[in-house]
Design a protein around this ligand. Structure first.
Ligand code: PEP
Ligand code: MG
Length: 324
C-alpha cells in the first residue's frame, strides 16, 4: 500500500485551498522505526513508551532505556519525536507489577496518576530521556492529564530532574518541550493559564471519545455506537481548537481517527493542522487531503448540522462520491 502513495510521499499534505498539514507517525517499538523515512512522516507525533515496558518480563534498567531512546532519536535523524511518558495502570498491566484490582481500570490509577503518586519510575524515565537526548532537542508529553495541577506537578518533576542531571554533569538537551495529552474532557475546560503554560497539546482521541460518550473503547457492544463524526463530538473538538488558537497553543491529534482519511479530513476542516497516525495511514490521509477543498468540507458539515443530523458522516460520504 505504501508504494501506491510513493508519488506523493515527498509532497506536502496541502489541501486544494492551501491549508498545509503536518502528518506524523505513531510508534512505540523499535520495529516501527524503519517506517520513519519510508512513510513520509514529518516526525514521531506519539511514541508510546509503555510498549517497551509491556513486551518484557522485567522492569527495564535505566541504562537500557537510555540506549533505546537514543536509538529512536538516531533513527529520527533530527526529526521531532514526542516521547509520551508511561501510560500504564490497571488497564495496561505490566507483567512484573502487582495488578490492582480496580472495578473501572480506564478511570483508575493509571498514567500520570501513577507517575505523580510513585515518581520513581517516571523520574528514571525522564533521566533516561535526558541522557539519550545528549544535547539534542527533547520533547516529552504526559498522558492522561485531567487537571492543570497534574501538568504543573509533572513539569516540576521534569525541571527538578533536569537540574539534578546537570549537576551530575550530563549534557542538557538543546531545547525542551513539555506537553500534555488532552484525553479527558475536563482538560478542555482548564483555565486559560493552563493553555498558556503548556508547550503543546495532543488530543488523544481514543480516550477522549470514550470519556465524552461514556462508552468503553474496549467494549465491543458499545464502542462503535458513537461516531467520531457525531456533531456533538465535532463541536467539542472545535472548541478545543478555538481555545488553542486563542492562546497560541500548538495542538495536534494523535488518536486512531487521525489515520482514517474521512475523519482526518473533518479534523482538518475544523482547524487541526497536525495529525499523528500509524505509518501506513499517512499515504491515504495525505492523498485525500490533497484532493480536497476544506472550505467545501466545512460547508457540508455546517449544512448537516443545520439539518439536525446526528453525524456528518453520511453527508461527507455523499459529497466525496460526488467528487469522483
Ligand atoms: C489516545 O487515547 O487517543 C491515545 C493516543 O493514547 P492511547 O491510545 O495509547 O491510549
Ligand atoms: Mg490514551
Amino acid at each position: 500500500a505504501q508504494e501506491r502513495y510513493a508519488s506523493i510521499r515527498d509532497k506536502p499534505a496541502e489541501t486544494r485551498d492551501g491549508a498545509v498539514l503536518s502528518l506524523q507517525m505513531n510508534a512505540g517499538l523499535m520495529a516501527d522505526l524503519p517506517s520513519l523515512p519510508n512513510s513520509g512522516a514529518e516526525g514521531v507525533g506519539l511514541f508510546r513508551t509503555e510498549l517497551q515496558f509491556l513486551v518484557r518480563n522485567q522492569m527495564p534498567r535505566r541504562s537500557e532505556l537510555v540506549a533505546l531512546y537514543a536509538r529512536v532519536l538516531d533513527a529520527a535523524q533530527g526529526k521531532r519525536v514526542v516521547f509520551r511518558t508511561l501510560d500504564i495502570g490497571s488497564d495496561k498491566v505490566l507483567p512484573y507489577m502487582k495488578p490492582n484490582d480496580e472495578p473501572n481500570p480506564a478511570l483508575g490509577w493509571r498514567a500520570i496518576r501513577v507517575g505523580l503518586d510513585k515518581p520513581g519510575i517516571m523520574r528514571m524515565q525522564l533521566q533516561a530521556l535526558i541522557r539519550a537526548a545528549d544535547g539534542r532537542p527533547l520533547t516529552v508529553m504526559f498522558p492522561f492529564v485531567a487537571q492543570f495541577e497534574e501538568y504543573r506537578e509533572a513539569r516540576k518533576l521534569m525541571e527538578k530532574t533536569l537540574a539534578a542531571e546537570e549537576r551530575l554533569g550530563h549534557v542538557m538537551p538543546a531545547s525542551i518541550e513539555i506537553g500534555a495529552m488532552l484525553e479527558t474532557p475536563s482538560l478542555a475546560f482548564a483555565p486559560v493559564k493552563f493553555f498558556e503554560e503548556v508547550d503543546f497539546l495532543s488530543i488523544g482521541g481514543n480516550d477522549l471519545k470514550q470519556f465524552f460518550f461514556a462508552a468503553d473503547r474496549e467494549n465491543e457492544r458499545v464502542r462503535r455506537r458513537y461516531d467520531t463524526l457525531n456533531v456533538s463530538f465535532l463541536s467539542f473538538l472545535e472548541g478545543i481548537v478555538e481555545r488553542c488558537h486563542a492562546t497560541g497553543t500548538a495542538l495536534s491529534f494523535c488518536g486512531e481517527d487521525a489515520g482514517r482519511p474521512v475523519e482526518a479530513l473533518c479534523l482538518a476542516a475544523i482547524g487541526l493542522r497536525s495529525l499523528s497516525m500509524r505509518p501506513a495511514s499517512i499515504g491515504p490521509v495525505k492523498n485525500l487531503l490533497r484532493r480536497s477543498n476544506l472550505a467545501e468540507v466545512r460547508k457540508v458539515i455546517a449544512d448537516a448540522r443545520h439539518r439536525g443530523e446526528m453525524s456528518v458522516r453520511p453527508s461527507i460520504m455523499e459529497w466525496l462520491r460526488e467528487q469522483t
